[in-house]
Ligand binder design. Structure first.
Ligand SMILES: [Zn+2]
Length: 196
């Protein structure tokens, strides 16, 4: 399986609504594995299909990395990270319930070096198809819930910067313009909005 290029801010596909997956064929499996490898390579904790140029409702989340970063926060001690040991594939996610609200700074592999505070629900229940295409419902809290919501947004063509107020977003304008023009350096392969 190979690492896929990540589409950068300004790419049309990031603004498109992805379509439901109707059956788990080989191409879906291949997409999931490719996305998982791409996410790990880019040191991301989540990735949506739009970001690798595919319009199917598939997201992957690195559960172990998120759990470890939460542990780090509570213990105050750095934990050696072993990534990719628990990657969750979420197909056709539907938000069933949500409650609470909290703010945290977010970033996005498609918008490198840009960060901003986003308010999201604290606790969510999501119904989806798992990697075996079984229908499951799971509850996600805190950071894990946040990542799932961020990735679900991608499937609807929504980016985290859309949740940021106009004043703060104006401060990001020059940074966003650079990314749009492909003037950004990343440690992972990318596809910029313009032909370079
Ligand atoms: Zn993102």
């Amino acid at each position: 399986m190979s690492v896929l290029p990540i589409y950068l801010y300004g790419s049309e596909i990031l603004r498109k609504k992805a379509k439901p997956v109707h059956e788990l064929d080989n191409s879906v499996i291949k997409l999931i594995y490719g996305m998982a490898e791409t996410m790990h390579k880019a040191n991301g904790v989540g990735l949506a299909a739009n970001q690798v140029g595919d319009l199917r409702r598939v997201i992957v989340v690195d559960v172990s990395a998120i759990e470890e970063s939460q542990r780090e926060e509570s213990d105050g001690e750095p934990v050696e990270r072993e990534r990719g040991t628990k990657t969750l594939a979420i197909i056709n996610p539907q938000l069933v319930e949500q409650s609470g609200s909290w703010v945290m700074e977010e970033g996005c592999l498609s918008i490198p070096d840009v960060r901003g505070d986003v308010t999201r629900s604290e606790r969510i229940s999501v119904r989806f198809r798992d990697v075996n295409f079984r229908e499951v419902e799971m509850t996600f809290n805190g950071l894990l819930g946040r990542v799932v919501l961020h990735e679900m947004d991608h499937l609807d063509g929504v980016l985290f910067i859309d949740h940021i107020g106009t004043a703060k977003r104006a401060l990001m304008r020059s940074e966003l313009r650079k990314i749009k023009k492909g003037e950004v350096e990343t440690s992972y392969p990318v596809m910029s909005a313009v032909e370079v």
